[in-house]
Structures are given as structure tokens and as C-alpha cells.
Design a protein around this ligand. Sequence first.
Ligand SMILES: [Zn+2]
Length: 574
Amino acid sequence: MRKLISGLLLAFLFLLACSTKQGSSPAPDLIVINADVRTVDSTTPRAEAFAVSGGKFAAIGSTDEIQAMAGEDTQTIDAGGVTIIPGLIDGHTHLLMGSGLATGVDLSEIEDNSEWLRIIREKAQTLPEGVWILGGAWDHTLSDGILPTKEMLDSVAPDHPVLLQDIDGHSAWANSLAIELAGITADSPVSPGGEIIVDPDSGDMTGIFLESAGGLFSGAPGMADATNPVAGIEAAITLANSLGITAVHDMSNSFDEFLNVLDNGNLTVRIWQGARPPLVIDRSPADIYAAMAAERERVRQHVSANPQTESMGTLFEIGYTKLIVDGVLSTYTALMKAPYSDNPDAVVEAFVTRAQLNAMIAAAHDYDFPVAVHAIGDEGVSWVLDGFAESPGKAGMLSDRIEHIEIVTPDDVQRFEALGIAASMQPHHATCCVGNYVIDRVGRDRLPNAYVWRSMLDTKVPLVLGSDWPTSPLNPLIQMSDTIHRETRIDDVVRSWDEGNALTFEEALYGYTQAGANMTTWSNEIGSISVGKWADFVILDEKLPETVGRALENRYVTATYLAGTQVYPETTKE
Ligand SMILES: [Zn+2]
């Protein structure tokens, strides 16, 4: 009897479903028509239109086909012919570290220091008096080469304390109110390595605080509010959405702060988070990763209990662990096989011993953490590949990866492929800095081993692109454009170099979408405009030409959608 009733019920439900338009499937929630859709799905690379139901792509096709699916309650976006791409996935960010740029001012890449002051004045006008203005990323070597002064800030923001970091994070620039609030005098004690710069004639502070001297501001009144990590992450996420980013591989190593943002309903970027072990390895690697695995499980349960996980997919996951083997080329701290060309006596100390590195990789794998290791010099990259060769991940685990890989030997490129290691590279680090200092450091003979994006692809190495924000622009259109033009300042002329390693737009877009998805457990859920995936997509301001060139960096995003919900411009966030 009970069986019969349920059989009747099923028949009734079937009839109900058939009575809606289009036979068995209900009308979509949203259709997008008259678009130039670049799907990043090789089965249907281009389309005119798509439909979204329940937050997922339900159909992809011509405008006529998709329009025919619309019902009474279907929302229609007529794209007017512009290009639509999948939600962008940044393969390497530090959202928390960059939050000052998102909440405060971003002066990166701006050459004219009067423009810095205009931006700071404008920011001050939006904030109540007394509220700190943070951020910065200024670079005086781009302007007149002279360090800025507190008086410059006083002239545009006298009623707001201002503290702005330079692009390398080695110098802080403050105004008079900030110095006064922090109670700093020219004689304040500074820890080793730090310095308060004073004018040699007057003995007055200039407003520049080097290295640890910048820490003198940390306890100043109002600073704790200004650096609230939850507000900072929310601002960074809003900025990311405005640039078309819907997912990042983040290295902030902050869990509860992101869970807070999730619970606030403001986590509108999917976060694939890297867990970092303590800088000083004071326990056995197994103990460290056992604790991290427990933390991963706690976070997973918190996220899966959030209703948005059901309606939008997973928005936060501790997906891998991040290790560091060396420093950077600019300060001669990257591990190189041969001496630095412009400083052959530089003594480089690795951040870990090879034995420690190998033990950490092995323990991470034991606890099912894929491993991402920062390695910039060719010797650093070799160390990490050796470590992966010694302790390969278990069958079925996500790929391990190396971050940055600024210099790598051709033999090691082959080893990436042989060992199944992914290359996670940041295009703007090449275009900003090859002519700036990289040629000096490595010499022209090693330059063909620098930023070898195409060599990786040609060798069938998965290439994941990202920004390393805040050390380079978060804007993916700038980063992708960099891979296309590969221009840098060489011998005082801005020109392309080693064009053989440039990418096409299609390759760069793959590196900024599906390639990033493939490094996560979400490879079948995001990364392309494909039926069944979450409807993460980005509407650009224009139709891109058939062959996309450098002009890509001038395009901008007019709308960003996450799981079919518009997240930029903001309409749903409170
Ligand atoms: Zn980084």
C-alpha cells in the first residue's frame, strides 16, 4: 500500500514537472544573450548565450536557443555583444597582507608623486577625521628618486593619521599627526635594523621610518580598528570581485578571520587556502601536520554547516600547505646554482635545510596536504623538485606545486613534467623587474631561464597564473596582458624580450581559470563556462578582438557573478 501511494506521488510530481515550459526542466533563473562568450571549455570554446539555474550553468548555445528557454520569471541580461569569460582564479594571493591597499590607498605603479598626493587627499575626504589612512606601495624610484616627507602628507591630509608602506615593505612614510599619535620622537628607541630618518640640518624627523622603525606605530590609538583583519579581508574581496576574480589560492594562513567573513555573508570569492607551518620548526613535522589536519577538519565542518555552501558551493577550504625555501632575487636571497652576476660574493642562506624541507614534504603528504613551495632561484627550484622526487604524493592526491620559479634550468623544466609538479607563476614579476634588476642579478646568459611560461606549457607542465598581490597588481587583465607582450625596460628602452616565452590570450586565460581550478578539488565545479558548473562569470566592457593583444590591460570588468549571483557591482552584500 505504502509503495502505491509513493508511486502515485511520483506520477503526480512527473506530471507537474511536465506542465512547466520546456518539458521536464523548469525555466532558468537567468539567461545571458548576445554575448561573445569565451568558455575555456574545449568542447564549446565560443558561444553567444547561456542559461543559469540554481546557481549553475544550465545550458550554453546560441541566443535563439537560450532565449527559447526563458520563462516568466527568468531574468535576462542582453550583453550587447561584449565578451564574457569564466570567473577568474588567481593562483597566488595574500589577501590579508594586501588589505591595507584595499581599505586605504594604492599608489603602486604610479610614477608622479603629485598623483600620490591627489589620491591621498581624495581618500581623506571619504573618511572621518582621525581615522588612519594606510596602504601605500609607493616607489620613489619611479618618481623623482627622492624619499617623500611628512610635510607632503600634512599638506593633503592634516587631520588624518597617515602611514604608508613602500612597494618593498622596507620603508614607512608617516605624517605629523601619525607621529604625534604614536608618541614618536627623533630619539625613540628602535630595534636593530630599524632607523628613524632625521634631517641632518634641522634634526627633525622627515617622516620616513626604515624597517623595524615602522613598528613604532603599531600601538597607536585607532590603529587596531584600522587594521581589523575581518574588515581588511572584506575590502580585499570587494576589490577582487571588481576585477573579475571569483576564486583565489590564498596564502594568508588565516582561518577564523575568513570564517567570520563567510558568516557575515561577505565571502564572495572562493578561497583555496594554504596552511603554513610555524616559521621556526619546533616540533616534529608529523606533529605539525597532525595539528594542521585537525584544524582543516574543524574548518571543513564550519564551512559545510553554512547554508551558502549548498547554494553557492564551497567558499573556503584549507586545501594545501605552503612552504618557503628561499628569498628573492632583488635582495640576493634567492638560492642560485652559480653566483649572482652583480654580487658574486653574496652568501645566500636557505630558509630551511634540505633535510627539513624533505621531512616537511613527507609529513604533509602523510596527512594528505598537497604542497606548494616558494622557490625563486634555480637552485631553490632544484631542491624542491628533489624533495618531491623523494616523497611523491599518494595516488589520487592533487598535484604539488612550486611558486614563482623565476629562474629554472631546462633540465628542471623536464623534471616538473616527469614528477607531475605544477608551475605557479606571476607574470608581472617578469615585466616589472627584468629590466629593473633581474638582468643585473643573473646576467644575460641566464636570462633565457627566466620566467619560462611557454617552456612550461610546451613541456606539458600545468601552468597556474596569479598575481602574488600585494607585490604586484591584483588585476588579472594586467597580468594576462603581461604574458602576451613580455615587455620590460632593457637598456632604457621598453621592449619585448624572449618573445618565445610569451603566451597567447587563450593560454593566459586558461592559466587564470581552469588551470587554477585543476589545483583544487573544484576542477569539475568551476574554471570554465560549462553546463553543470557553478555560474561564476565576468562581463567585460567591450568585445575582445579575435587576436587579443596588449590592449587587454585597458579593458575592465562591468559585472562579476558568483554562482549566478551578481557580486560586482555590489547589490546583494549588506
Ligand atoms: Zn607570495
